[in-house]
Design a protein around this ligand. Structure first.
Ligand SMILES: *Cc1c(COP(=O)(O)O)cnc(C)c1O
Length: 445
């Protein structure tokens, strides 16, 4: 969805002139398109929720979460995945329907679980036996029966970067499928009057362009369902097949797939497997994050220093970088970009887009073809909607950018730009350091 719309000379995003956005709100600036999120949600409703009975879809909020995003997801009729007390708190403050929330995470704390139980959230995805025991205690204390799924480790990896594959056996996530371990956990839940085990969840990895890992994982789960029915009389009511659907970041990636590419084989495999093993079809839940919001976001920067090293390369530096988009440094992730104020001009040079951090690795894009660039140009990095704002840091004490929500030419601030004083909000100088005499001893006379 790299729609390179232009209006005169400027790059237009969801009917907004991006150069005007940069002037109005400053840079760096995250811009999120409400309409693009909406159209992804529509695809999910039409090709999954309405096409197949007994299904649910949740948005994996760690990709991008603000209270405004909670409102959009609520309006679009999806559920919400959270993985921390902070994400849950955001949803609570946005009045998101609690019964549509699923809580994941490999090491939830007592306080996080207690908050979830207090608010009667829809499902807790229990990652290990330690968590199960803690949750049972909390549910008992609050006099409640809590609906859970077990996250299992299906023993298949996703075909993607090793840091974002999660389903392989040697993983920190999920309950291993060794018979004695999984049966112990299931039996323990069945015996508890405060726990209602509804089924299982797996998530094989992220940024996937094929469905084979999902299919392998489903086969593993079908075996598990069959064994648990025979051995313990346990009936699996729900199966959550995770997220991971990939998007196209650059020309090197395949085009983004629409919902049927992923969903139809998943549903077909589960249906056939259940028929063969004489199992009731469970409710199927999916939870895409990146696929919903990744292509809905761009980041606007202003170009500053441009340094040409003769016969080597030209570095064009932006007023942000690693703190607002750590993915290139973290995963060698690749992005494409447009010079927003020269969107109608032909590429005539190749520059490397450098961030402003004191890190050699702070390069946003290597070898980007651009029109002749000058300091002051506005650069729009594309497809930054997922895992940018949500992964942002204050490294080098850079204030985090503002976030603007655009829709049909309208632009609304949904997160204010951080100011220097915000950076010091929670800092404290201990008393014994508060009145020191500034010394010249080490700094020189
Ligand atoms: C991160 C995550 C997702 C979403 O992953 P995407 O690649 O963004 O779709 C879904 N489920 C779980 C449990 C996750 O941890």
């Amino acid at each position: 969805m790299n729609s390179k719309n232009i209006n005169g000379t400027n790059f237009i995003f969801d009917n907004c002139d991006t150069v005007e956005l940069a002037q109005t709100f400053g840079t760096p600036l995250y811009v999120i398109s409400e309409d693009r999120i909406k159209s992804k949600c529509e695809d999910i409703r039409k090709n999954f929720l309405m096409k197949y009975p007994n299904t649910k879809a949740a948005y994996a909020s760690k990709a991008f979460l603000t209270m405004a995003m909670c409102k959009i997801i609520d309006r679009e009729g999806l559920g919400l995945d959270v993985v921390s007390g902070g994400e849950l708190y955001t949803a609570i403050k946005a009045n998101f329907p609690m019964e549509r929330i699923m809580f994941h995470g490999s090491n939830k704390s007592y306080e996080e679980l207690a908050l979830a139980v207090t608010h009667n959230i829809g499902r807790i995805i229990v990652d290990n036996v330690y968590e199960l025991e803690m949750l049972e205690r909390i549910a008992k204390e609050q006099g409640k029966k809590v609906a859970i799924l077990f996250r299992i480790t299906p023993g298949v990896g996703g075909n993607t970067h090793e840091y974002i594959t999660t389903g392989q056996k040697d993983s920190k996530f999920g309950i291993p499928l060794e018979k004695e371990i999984i049966e112990y956990a299931v039996r323990k839940s069945m015996d508890s009057s405060n726990i209602h085990l509804k089924g299982f969840h797996f998530h094989v990895g992220s940024q996937l362009f094929e469905i084979s890992s999902h299919i392998l994982a489903i086969q593993v789960v079908l075996d598990l369902m069959k064994n648990l029915k025979e051995e313990l009389g346990f009936i699996t009511e729900e199966l959550n097949t995770g997220g991971g659907f990939g998007i196209q970041y650059t020309d090197e990636d395949e085009a983004t797939k629409s919902v049927p590419f992923f969903i139809d084989p998943i549903m077909e495999t589960i249906k056939e497997g259940c028929n063969e093993a004489n199992l009731d079809m469970p409710m199927i839940i999916i939870e895409p994050g990146r696929w919903i919001v990744g292509e809905a976001g761009i980041t606007l920067y202003t170009l500053g220093a441009i340094k040409e090293i003769p016969n080597v390369r030209t570095y064009a530096s932006v007023d942000g970088g690693l703190p607002d988009n750590p993915r290139p440094a973290l995963y060698k992730a690749k992005y494409d970009a447009i010079v927003a104020n020269k969107a109608n001009q032909k590429a005539e040079e190749v520059v490397t887009i450098a961030g402003k951090c004191c890190e050699t690795g702070d390069i946003l894009i290597w070898d980007l073809k651009v029109p002749k660039v000058t300091s002051g140009d506005i650069l729009a990095v594309l497809n930054t909607g997922a895992y940018n704002y949500s992964m942002a840091s204050n490294y080098n004490k850079l204030p985090r950018p503002a976030v603007v929500l655009v829709s049909q030419g309208d632009a609304q601030l949904i997160v204010e730009r951080e100011k220097y004083e915000h950076l010091l909000d929670r800092e404290v100088i201990p008393e014994h350091l508060d009145n020191i005499q500034s010394t010249k001893l080490t700094f020189g006379a």
